[in-house]
Write a protein that binds this ligand. Structure first.
Ligand SMILES: C[S@@+](CC[C@H](N)C(=O)[O-])C[C@H]1O[C@@H](n2cnc3c(N)ncnc32)[C@H](O)[C@@H]1O
Length: 234
């Protein structure tokens, strides 16, 4: 009987290919099969990050997966897991490309839930956009006993307000069409002066603009707001 292949959740960082770890690069360039999420419209960001390292003889499995909160995401993940398991059952190793860190709000967590109990699995950590953004914005995020909160903008306004009202430092992710709601709450809480906005951190088209200059209609899904700690210990 053929031994099962190994599933890799490959953290490939926030966009700059130079931010791939040596381990991710080694696995990426040696696995026979590479899988990656593709949005309904637009290009597969994860594939684009590592495009220069993919060889023509490697099998590619694009996985159509929802990038926004949808009610019935389950069938997409079931179908993606089924596709991948076909290769694993046949004894082929499969690397799933994960933008940033695989275990942090990544689509990979849903594949991990479905496959890790059935096949040998290894997750290779990646540099998260939440960490890379502080570096790109040139600001320390936390000092000493500060608590860092990572907050999805997709939360309802009341929950967002409650959470943001008590943060030392925060990263607000999944902005897109939720930007205006977040902006209003930051204004109400007097946090706008501290809020920093970044789009496509570390990618060649990275964009940093003042938060008041952001057009709410144009906000990319690949953007976040950082609220650095305001304690300034020496
Ligand atoms: C589903 S989460 C995945 C986070 C990813 N696993 C990570 O560790 O960065 C997607 C959100 O992360 C943020 N994000 C991911 N990559 C980004 C980048 N290069 N620049 C800015 N924000 C990014 C955006 O807020 C986006 O909506």
């Amino acid at each position: 009987m053929t031994a099962f292949g190994r599933l890799y959740g490959l953290g490939i960082g926030p966009g700059d290919p130079d931010l791939l770890t040596l381990k991710a690069h080694r696995i990426l360039t040696t696995v026979p099969v590479i899988a990656y999420p593709t949005p309904e419209n637009g290009k597969a960001i994860a594939r684009a990050i590592v495009a220069d390292f993919i060889r023509p003889d490697q099998i590619e499995i694009p996985l159509p997966l929802p990038f926004s909160v949808v009610r019935s995401a389950q069938p997409y993940y079931d179908s993606a897991a089924e596709k991948i398991s076909g290769y694993l059952r046949a004894g082929q190793d499969v690397a799933v490309l994960c933008e940033g860190e695989p275990m942090l709000y990544g689509t990979f967590v849903y594949l991990f839930q479905r496959l890790a109990g059935r096949f040998p699995t290894e997750v290779v950590p990646g540099i998260s956009s939440t960490m890379a953004s502080a570096a790109m914005l040139g600001t320390p995020l936390t000092f000493r006993n500060d608590v860092l909160s990572i907050i999805p903008a997709t939360l309802d306004a009341e929950t967002l307000r409650d959470r943001l009202a008590v943060v030392d430092a925060a990263v607000i992710i999944k902005l897109g069409r939720h930007f205006a709601k977040v902006h209003t709450i930051l204004d109400e809480l007097g946090l706008l002066d501290r809020a920093l906005y970044i789009e496509r951190a570390t990618q060649s088209n990275q964009r940093i603009v003042g938060i008041t200059d952001v057009d709410p209609v144009e906000v990319s899904y690949w953007s976040l707001i950082l609220i650095p700690s305001h304690s300034q210990p020496q």
